[in-house]
Design a protein around this ligand. Structure first.
Ligand code: UD1
Length: 392
């Protein structure tokens, strides 16, 4: 039993609204690109259960078609029920805009639980708004820690987990991290990696979806790159070192970079450009998965690509000092390049090039995570809000 939670201590529901009898209502919140592949399978699994009603809120943290609508289309996510349209801003502005605008939606919708995913600013804001209203929060992809508090995502992870009633973890190290932060075991459920549900579902249909320039190349013959972390792209020296390494690799093998809006604008600001690396607009999910699945290597600072390359058996160089996903190193295909200098990137490239191999499968990375999330929510609902979830 969690201490400090009057709602559980008294056995009474802790928020003021009457419950919807016999239905568990879940308010899902998404905001930015990496959220969309996590919510798609969960919505599908919950929609298939009679006793659960879902409402989808899009905060609009990512708003370009290429960063948002393309993913809804590719992944078959139904249109959001509510769009907040918060857009860009500083971290405080973005976090505050979601916080302020989502509260009335929660008051109106009166969900039994708010489900947030990942670690973006929208995740924390929605969790905080719900928690202050006394609405239980479920966090999917809980427990991941890089140990690096200079990353905005790490702050979002720590705070979201602290105020979540259900922490749904993708790997066992997540359970250990939560235990180390004093989070009661009763709140923590290992469910596996929901990104892999989406990968499993989409992979059979993506052949030929890669960008045209890649289509004719043999499997394993090219490098795919994504870059967007402030630690890589906001500092001129770091970014120019990475650019030099990618240019050097591109002298020997084709290199493709679907460029994030942040990176594009920093390159312009710093007067940097590519000669050999082939730069393209951000890709949709299907195009990116097709590109990854046939690549000889991925070079990235993304969280999701570290996981996807592990399951695809494609070597991954992660240009970061640390990762919140260490299982992709111990059980997967990932290698960190902590100093991100030109020489280190080139050395890591030489060590891993030609090492494409078999897919790796950490525990629970099996395409069935969304069903386990639905199971956890049903059991929780039966116990905490008295919803009968017996299936027809
Ligand atoms: C955000 C997430 C990060 C995630 C990444 C994936 C946080 C703290 N960071 O970082 O965890 O890995 O998304 O993309 O939530 N922009 C556009 N069009 C868009 C979206 C953004 O032009 O559709 C521009 C913004 O104006 C801003 C820049 O890109 O200048 C960064 O966007 P922002 O949402 O602040 O953070 P990301 O770097 O994308």
């Amino acid at each position: 039993m969690k201490s400090g939670c009057p709602w559980r201590r008294t056995g009474a529901v802790r928020f003021a609204y009457p419950m919807t009898p016999d239905t568990l209502s879940v308010l899902h919140v998404v905001g930015a690109r990496p959220n969309f592949m996590k919510i798609a399978p969960v919505l599908r699994a919950l929609d298939a259960r009679e006793a659960i009603r879902s409402v989808l809120v899009h905060t609009g943290q990512h708003y370009d078609d290429a960063m948002s609508q393309a993913f809804f289309d590719d992944l078959g996510i139904r249109e959001a029920d509510v769009h907040l349209g918060v857009g860009s801003g500083s971290h405080a502005e973005q976090t505050a805009a979601v916080l302020r605008q989502i509260e009335p939606v929660m008051v109106r919708e009166r969900p039994d639980v708010v489900l947030v995913v990942g670690d973006v600013n929208s995740t924390l804001s929605a969790a905080l708004a719900a928690s202050k209203l006394g609405i239980p929060v479920a966090h999917l992809e809980a427990g991941l820690r890089s140990g690096d508090r200079s990353m905005p995502e790490e702050i979002n992870r720590i705070l979201t987990d602290q105020i979540s009633d259900l922490c749904l973890t993708p790997s066992r190290d997540g359970n250990e991290n939560l235990a180390a932060e004093g989070i009661d075991d009763a709140r923590v459920h290992f469910v596996g990696n929901v990104m892999i549900d989406t990968l499993e579902r989409m992979l059979p249909g993506v052949a030929g979806a890669e960008p045209e320039a890649v289509r004719e190349l043999p499997d394993g013959s090219y490098v795919g790159v994504t870059l967007h972390r402030p630690s890589n792209v906001d500092d001129r020296d770091t970014l120019s070192g990475i650019v030099a390494a990618l240019e050097s690799i591109a002298a020997n093998v084709p290199v493709f970079l679907p460029v994030h809006p942040r990176t594009r604008s920093r390159m312009e600001e710093f007067g940097l450009s590519f000669e050999r690396v082939q730069v393209m607009d951000p890709l949709g999910y299907r195009e990116m998965l097709a590109l990854q699945s046939r690549a000889g290597m991925i070079i990235t600072d993304s969280g999701g690509l570290q996981e996807e390359t592990t399951v695809l058996g494609v070597p991954c160089l992660t240009l970061r000092e640390n990762t919140e996903r260490p299982i992709t190193i111990t059980e997967g295909t990932n290698t960190l390049v902590p100093d991100r200098s030109t020489a280190s990137i080139l050395a890591a490239f030489r060590a891993s090039w030609g090492m494409r191999g078999q897919p790796r499968r950490p525990e629970g990375w099996d395409g069935k995570t969304a069903e386990r999330v639905a199971d956890v929510l049903e059991v929780w609902a039966g116990r905490e809000v008295g919803v009968s979830t017996a299936r027809a």
